[in-house]
Each structure stands twice: as structure tokens, then as C-alpha cells.
Design a protein around this ligand. Sequence first.
Ligand SMILES: Nc1nc2c(ncn2[C@@H]2O[C@H](COP(=O)(O)OP(=O)(O)OP(=O)(O)O)[C@@H](O)[C@H]2O)c(=O)[nH]1
Ligand SMILES: [Mg+2]
Length: 451
Amino acid sequence: MQFSSEQTICAIATPAGAGAIAIVRVSGPQTRSLATRLFRSAHALAPKMATYGTVVDENGATIDRGIAIFSAAPQSYTGEDTLELQIHGSPIVAREAVRALLACGARYAGAGEFSRRALLNGKMDLHEASAVADLLAAESRSAARAAAANLGGGIAREVQTLRARLSTILEELAAAIDFPDEVRDPDRAELETSLESIAAELRRLQREGEAGRLIREGVGVAIVGPPNAGKSSLLNALLGEDRAIVSEIAGTTRDTIEETIDVEGVPVRFIDTAGIRAHAGRLETAGIDRTRRALSEAGTAIVVIDGSQPLDDEAREVLDLTQARPRVVFANKSDLGDAGVRELNGHAIVHGSVFDGATLMALRGALARTAWGGELPDLERPHLAALFELDAVARALEALGCARETLQRGEPADLIAGELQRAYAALGHLTGEAAGEELLTKIFARFCIGK
Ligand SMILES: Nc1nc2c(ncn2[C@@H]2O[C@H](COP(=O)(O)OP(=O)(O)OP(=O)(O)O)[C@@H](O)[C@H]2O)c(=O)[nH]1
Ligand SMILES: [Mg+2]
């Protein structure tokens, strides 16, 4: 799609279907003339003022009565002249209004095109644009809150400051390289301290950014164990409802069942699986295959064993199977007794029963520590969130690491400067200065039409 801002774009900004109000948005150079032609009111449109009047079509026939709000460039969302028509929420009426706009020379907007114009006109930076996309896609309260914290920008300033610090160091190095007789090499110990402090800031941005992704995307946790250990009972208890069939017959669960539950602000997709046992029937074997697949797909496992019984071969097999991955071992059925299994390869075991609230709380805590290292940083303030941002920080950190090693090996200043240049360039991607067309297209493809 061509994103020429010489054209005037329009779109229905409200969801499809009937509602109280429909909003039709217009942005671009012909907005004023379109407003004059298609909106009739007793008072002329004044910027940022809601004006009541009649929306008419290209032939002057009435479409609806409603409110028009005109915003003059650059004081608008897109930075261009914009018009918002708030009309009755009938899909027919909104479509008629758009049809009239198209008949008068406007073009239908592509997904995210209004926001893209805002970016082009400096009304938002790339970080904020991603935040808008995240907010639109948020599936939980914490994800929405984290995205909202990014709407105001702010992070761009932080990154710019770090970049400016790098730039100062680069200038000092350049002066020493270019005028070796007049300018002394920067003090190496001081240089190392400065680089370390920049790296520490970047690591913080990275930590917060990763937490943001976690909150948005969640994690997968496979509930595995021998038959009858209480896996399905655990899923039901965490969910607070009878989602999976529970019975005293070993081999009840055959198919995997997935449910997403909020665990300390992170959406966790729990996957209840078929119990793993050595001598299974044909149907059960198919189920066990699925269990293995779920296990390989989920990042973390909760291994449920019957803690009232000594470890048997089946329990050992599941424990072996999950040894290499992040896992929480849960010895269930403590109400029936305690066989005394306390520790596995130094791993603590959560003891208790799915019927006990304190056990469930302990499991949630253990899971949070295992799957994402426990407490998440505060995401109420701006933080990096998009993959391209985290990628840029990772590259900058890698380059800074190389610069430090070069420095410690006592290499000449121009080699250090080369690595620092790389870090500087990587951070440029964060501020959007160096964002390519492909990245822009990817970000704005996540927007809906009319946004
Ligand atoms: N006493 C007691 N019984 C429990 C506990 N947890 C589960 N059970 C019982 O153990 C039996 C098996 O529970 P399920 O949740 O179906 O076990 P599962 O691991 O999903 O079993 P499969 O799907 O067959 O692999 C049921 O009768 C449960 O009521 C517990 O903490 N204490
Ligand atoms: Mg089950």
C-alpha cells in the first residue's frame, strides 16, 4: 500500500455492527473542503469544538444528523487536518457517510494508517505506536496497564540520554585518535566505569522489557505426572471450576486440556495432560504421545506425584523426563499421608493437597519463581515492549560487552570506538530514527482500520 499523505483518508473508527454511536474519521489536506461539502450546520466548524449538524451525501441528500469535530493541523492525532463525525451507530449510516466521502475524493484508510501519519508527522514515536498496537491487542488488565504506561512516550528520552552519553565518549575517543599529539587518550578506568553504567541502564531496560512481553504473551505450563496423581484435580483447583474430568480411575485424562489462568499478573496457559505410564493401552498411548508434545511445547512443567506413596517407577519416569527443564515438583495428597519424599537433586518439592488453599498459593509462588524468576519489575512506567526494541537493546549490550573486552585487553582506541559505534547504531533503531519500511509495515499491520 502507498502511504502518501497527500491523499485524504477516511474510515469507520468504531466496530462493525449496530451501536450507540458510529465514528467516521477523516484526515488529510482535503478535510476542510470535505467538511464544508458534506456537513451542514448553523455555526461554522471551529477547531476542537463539537458542532451539531447534518451529514449529507455528495448530492446534498441527508444521511444523518450528528456531531462533527474538526481539528486543524498540526493540533490533531495525525498532525493533519482531521474531522470526526459522530453519527448514529447504524452500520448503514456510517457506510453511507464513508461512501459520500469516497465519492468526493477521499480514499479508504489502510490498517493503522491514521497512526502511521501521526508517526510521520512526529505526533508519536515508534515506541508509542507499538504501545497503541499492544493496547489494542491486550488480553488482560495487566497487559493493558503496561501498554498504557507506554502511551506517553518517555522511554525515547531515556534511550536518547544513553545514546548521548555514548556519543560523548565517541567524540573523546575520536579526538584522541585524530590528534594523538594534542589530545590524550581518555582514562581507561574511567571509560570502563562509564561503559558499565550505560550497560547497567540497558540491562534494566531489558529486564523491564522482558517482563512486559511476559505479561502480554504469557507462558505455557504443562501439568504432567503418573496417572491418578491429581493433575486434573490441580487444573480444576487453580481454575476454581470443574473443567477437567476427575476420577479415581487411573488413565481418566486422554486428551490435553488447556486453560489460561492469571498467576501473579502473568497469563499462564496450563495444559492438563494424560498420565504417563509404562504399560498403557492403545488409547492411553495416544494420550501419552500428546503429553510428550505438550511438554516439549510448554516452557515449564508442574510434575504432580502422589506424595502419600513412596516414589514408584512411573513417578521416577516422569521425573527423569522433566529433569532438564524448568519444573515445579508437587507431592499431592498430603491428607492421605506423607511418604517422606523431600528433595530431588537439590530441588525443593511442594508438599500438600489440591484441596488446600495454602498449597495452591505455594504452587503459584513456586511457579512464578521457576517460570519467570519471581517478582516482576514495576511496569507502570514506560518500558520497552516490542521485539524489535528488545532486539536493539540486546545488540547494543553485546557491542558494549565487546568494547569493554577490547578496552581490558589494552587495544587501541580506534578498536574500542568501532564497537561503541555499533552500540550507538543499535540504539538508533530504538528511537525509530533508523526504522526501515519493513518494520513500520509490521507494526502498523497490528492496528485496525480507522486507528
Ligand atoms: N485424598 C486426596 N485425593 C485426591 C487429591 N488430589 C486428587 N485426588 C483424587 O485422586 C483421584 C485422581 O485425580 P485426577 O485429578 O483425576 O488425577 P489425574 O492425575 O488427572 O489422573 P489421570 O488423568 O488418570 O492421569 C481422584 O479421585 C481425585 O479426587 C488429594 O490431594 N487428596
Ligand atoms: Mg487427569
